[in-house]
Design a protein around this ligand. Structure first.
Ligand SMILES: *Cc1c(COP(=O)(O)O)cnc(C)c1O
Length: 475
């Protein structure tokens, strides 16, 4: 198994190299050269497997022999032992055809733990073998940051710098990042938006000298291994609900397009997914794309679902790569136009191909809130967070077009206690933090406020990074 860049001008890499590289050197994103596939019999044999075993089976073909299955199975087992539900990603049924998959049973109460608990362990394992140190830089609109920090804290071979937009994450989100006082964890509150954070991270990667000097790496949603780990729970849900003998559809609250792209990957691997419903908040660039075929950015509007306050969905490039029939040069052209003018359009043929599988719905603030209220009323007490509400409202909007015999699963991407103000406003009840985070508001915080300026951020990284090159496991 080799990986190729969506822009066609970077070397093909093996799994461990892609893991550490993050973004490709030509500015593109890595994707598998070909998708491994599972037969219907192999899918049936996945029914009833414990999550960690299913995960090994689904992900093993992506490793290309760069880790043994035994080594990998141990990392996977450890990663999912951190979850406080035996099923790891349990399903809850709402009505005859509607389900919710809870992805928030990990250490930071959001779905990003599913990928990052594994990613941190994979990094450590691969770096120890190579005797290397990396500097991880990442941008977060809230949840990626805490999940990445939890995955990397106290690991000898890693320094991690996380940029978040100052004042634009919830207090719980901020505290989950800034109360980790480990010496390898560095929180930067940037005076700017999430897109500014993401642009700075990209700029650091595009500065080749800086990138090499720091041995830069990323764990944000462009990292291939994150997509790989997210593919697993689509298999888990689908085989439980009858795949391959019954198809299934998913509604995914979407920001960077990583989570829903993982569903696209699962389908390419043989999972019978009928429809993918993309839910956006008022930052509806993706819903507009699926309606019109034109991608055009607008200013970011802050909402009650801040992890989706995004106008440039970086993982969308992976889908576009296929819509351009994997022509990297054509895609690089398209992305350059997007950079320069803030918009591009696909052909009507490309749009119809995308719409065979995807549809998008914009869910505004009122509907998000009403969905939280209604869900509590209809289920006799279930609370959902605002991101999940966006997904569920999009699912409800799409349902009239769908076959009711096909289960529609909405992804619950965060625990309601991560967004207590919005949930309380909608339901009248303040969702309590689970026991492991009960004292979060009493913990000490540490962060550095920096202006939206590349040079300033780079010198901060230089001044903070621990220079020790750790050589572990070397006899
Ligand atoms: C990150 C996040 C999203 C968006 O996921 P993408 O993979 O960026 O599309 C949605 N909801 C929550 C709670 C998140 O943390």
């Amino acid at each position: 198994m080799r990986y190729i860049s969506t822009r066609g001008a970077a070397p093909t890499l093996a799994f461990d190299e892609v893991l550490l590289a993050g973004l490709a050197r030509d500015g593109g994103l890595y994707v598998p050269e070909t998708w491994p596939t599972f037969s219907r019999d192999e899918l049936r044999a996945m029914r009833g497997l414990p999550y960690a075993e299913l995960a090994v089976r689904v992900m093993a073909p992506f490793l290309g022999g760069r880790l043994t299955e035994l080594e990998f199975a141990e990392l996977v087992r450890e990663a999912y032992a951190e979850f406080d539900h035996a099923a790891v990603t349990p399903l809850v049924q709402l009505d005859q055809s509607t389900w919710v998959m809870e992805l928030f049973h990990g250490p930071t109460l959001a779905f990003k733990d599913v990928a990052l608990q594994l990613l941190g362990r994979l990094f450590d394992h691969v770096l120890a073998k190579k005797g290397q140190h990396v500097t991880i830089v990442g941008a977060t609109s809230g949840d990626t940051g805490s999940a990445a920090i939890e995955a990397c804290r106290d690991r000898d071979a890693i320094d991690i710098f996380i940029l978040h937009p100052k004042g634009r994450t919830s207090e719980v989100q901020r505290r989950q990042m800034t109360t980790v006082l480990s010496s390898n964890v560095h929180n930067i509150a940037l005076e700017g938006s999430f897109d500014d954070c993401q642009d700075l991270v990209k700029a650091m990667f595009n500065d080749t000298a800086f990138r090499d000097e720091q041995n830069l790496s990323a764990v944000n949603s462009i990292n291939w291994a994150r997509i790989m780990a997210q593919i697993v729970y689509y298999f888990a849900a689908a085989v439980q609900l009858g795949a391959p003998d019954r198809p299934v559809s998913f509604a995914v609250p979407t920001g960077n397009f990583g989570n829903v792209y993982a569903a696209y990957g699962a389908r390419a691997m043989g999972l019978p997914i009928e429809r993918l419903v993309v839910g956006t908040n008022s930052n509806d660039i993706l819903a507009r794309f699926f309606a019109t075929g034109t991608m055009s950015t607008q200013a970011v509007t802050p909402t009650i679902s801040p992890s989706m306050d995004i106008q440039i969905s970086s993982n969308f490039e992976r889908l576009l790569f296929d819509l351009y029939d994997r022509d990297g040069a054509a895609l690089a052209d398209c992305m350059a136009r997007f950079r320069a003018g803030g918009s591009f359009a696909v052909t009507s043929e490309q749009l119809s191909r995308a719409r065979l599988l995807f549809n998008g719905h914009k869910v505004d603030e009122d509907l998000t809130q009403a969905t939280m209220t209604e869900t509590r009323r209809l289920t006799g007490g279930m609370m959902i967070d605002p991101h999940t509400a966006v997904g569920l409202a999009a699912a409800r909007a799409e349902q009239p077009n769908l076959d009711p015999a096909v289960p529609l699963v909405t992804l619950a991407c965060a625990h309601p206690a991560k967004f207590p103000d919005a949930v309380e406003r909608a339901t009248g009840v303040r969702p309590p933090l689970p026991p492991r985070l009960a004292d979060l508001y009493e913990r000490e915080e540490r962060l550095t406020v920096l202006p939206n300026d590349l040079k300033t951020v780079q010198s901060f990284v230089r001044s903070q990074v621990r220079r020790t090159i750790v050589r572990q496991g070397v006899a």
